[in-house]
Design a binder for this molecule. Structure first.
Ligand SMILES: O=P(O)(O)OC[C@H]1O[C@H](O[C@H]2O[C@H](CO)[C@@H](O)[C@H](O)[C@H]2O)[C@H](O)[C@@H](O)[C@@H]1O
Length: 245
């Protein structure tokens, strides 16, 4: 991939992968509380067309949740950190989805959270997230709950996230999502991952191994070649690319 500027990147060889929270939308106090910019669905749709379909979302959010936030987006989505995906219109989920281990973990999280006001429990088909953004001082308590649950959940593992602990299948991740997406692409195409979180760093490393690069949004140590300040700067860049002839 070129050493030039991000704005000048060759769109004809680009396979673009975008994280969602903290990358396309600003973080909010709760998972449901985000403000999706009004123009985001149409921007992503235009960019998808400009890249001849070589645009995918790689997110911790579920596919169905992203469909709700960005109605009409026509591209592929790798959701729940790669534990489910919709490619070419076909949806696939991890074998543990809605299974007994996942359901037991969710029930344990909900029961334990009752003992501490302020924790938010987010369930997914393939796991559960314990959010402590509203009560940062409760981080040790949230971690202890998550560790207790994962010890009793074969095939699942614990991932620290932004003011949250997530329990998900132990064989998934955004790096594998990049690999899965690139497996169907023609030789010579180059992956670029844009993200703001630790999970995105693994995807950037995989993109680099495949000849591409990463873009880090916001602060923090990163393997990324480029950096953008915030989701506003990401949307400016995507608009520029979508409009480039
Ligand atoms: O991979 P992403 O698209 O960045 O998703 C990562 C997680 O994002 C959400 O949680 C985070 O954003 C919330 C809304 O801003 C915030 O309240 C929370 O503290 C953050 O951790 C989402 O709820 C998770 O399911 C995603 O895994």
């Amino acid at each position: 991939m070129t050493d030039g500027t991000l704005t000048d990147i060759d769109l004809d060889t680009l396979c673009l992968f975008l994280d969602f929270d903290g990358t396309l939308v600003d973080l909010a106090p709760t998972p449901d509380g985000i403000a999706v910019p009004a123009g985001l669905p149409s921007l992503l749709t235009r960019l998808h067309a400009r890249l001849d379909g070589r645009l995918a979302l790689i997110s911790g959010r579920e596919v169905a949740v992203l469909d709700g936030f960005i109605p009409g987006y026509p591209g592929d989505i790798h959701g729940a950190h790669g534990a489910e995906w919709r490619m070419g219109g076909t949806y696939t989920a991890h074998p543990m989805a809605e299974g007994s281990v996942v359901r037991a973990a969710q029930a344990q999280a909900q029961a334990a959270a009752g003992s501490l006001p302020g924790l938010t429990i987010e369930t997914k088909r393939t796991g559960v997230v314990i959010h402590y953004r509203a009560v940062p001082a409760a981080e040790p308590h949230a971690r202890a709950i998550a560790q207790m649950i994962v010890a009793d959940a074969p095939g699942m593992e614990l991932h620290p996230s932004k003011l949250a602990y997530e329990i998900r299948p132990d064989d998934v991740g955004k790096a594998d999502a990049v690999a899965r997406a690139m497996a169907g692409q023609s030789p010579g195409l180059v992956p670029l991952m844009i993200g703001d979180d630790l999970t995105d760093e693994a995807a950037m490393v995989r993109a680099m191994a495949l000849g591409g690069a990463g873009v880090r949004v916001g602060p923090g140590e990163s393997v990324a070649r480029w950096r953008l300040d915030d989701p506003g700067a990401v949307l400016d860049l995507l608009t520029l690319w979508a409009d480039r002839t």
